[in-house]
Design a protein around this ligand. Sequence first.
Ligand SMILES: CC(C)(COP(=O)(O)OP(=O)(O)OC[C@H]1O[C@@H](n2cnc3c(N)ncnc32)[C@H](O)[C@@H]1OP(=O)(O)O)[C@@H](O)C(=O)NCCC(=O)NCCS
Length: 216
Amino acid sequence: MLVFKDEPGLPAGAPCLPERPMQIELYRGAAIAPHIPGLASLRIAVFREYPYLYDGTQDYEQRYLATYTAAADSLCVIVRSGTTIVGAATGVPLADETDEVKAPFLAAGRDIARVFYFGESLLMPAFRGLGLGKRFFAERQAHAQALGRFDWCAFCAIQRPDDHPRRPPGYYPLHGLWRAQGYQPFPDLRTEFFWRDLDETTASAKPMAFWMKPLT
Ligand SMILES: CC(C)(COP(=O)(O)OP(=O)(O)OC[C@H]1O[C@@H](n2cnc3c(N)ncnc32)[C@H](O)[C@@H]1OP(=O)(O)O)[C@@H](O)C(=O)NCCC(=O)NCCS
């Protein structure tokens, strides 16, 4: 029996058991707002893991997630078990993203109005391998397609060296999952984001590679 209420970074709540049915909820735009504290806690918990190693704070996360509540056509897919958010995926028209996300597309001469951007796909470890990651892609692609004005879905991922000292044994790279969903890396779309890894004293540049899939 697994109980997540004591997981660091997750809100205390009713015990959350894997055998309890999971609920998948879809929210758009301002309707995401009530879920931001739970989403922020999930991001903080999962992004502490390799390859992100990111030490988030509720304050930063809530400001980050405001991009999604401010955009009318954003989507947030939430997986809830009991009262706890155990998974989430976000997406937003690239034109509504921050300048640092838009910059590589603008530099490459791409039309940002035709791109729907995926912010993140996150599951607590006990909920991985159940098909929810693929469901996250399917829901966001269907949403982008239904909006009817996008040619591409895109996301970006950190690039860590294979011999990174904090790579845990048995770490499973996600490239296979992404390729199986029809995504490929676009070498003309690269950038750097800055954050402080858990074992760093100051923020450092993190190389980020963008992946895209044409919407048909
Ligand atoms: C990304 C993430 C949401 C994917 O969720 P998931 O539950 O593993 O995804 P699914 O179960 O839908 O699909 C996993 C697929 O990838 C493969 N896979 C993923 N992890 C695997 C593992 N540890 N061992 C073997 N295969 C694995 C499987 O082949 C599976 O496909 P299949 O069912 O056709 O065999 C989850 O891994 C996660 O939260 N990771 C940490 C956060 C992260 O890095 N997010 C991505 C960037 S924001």
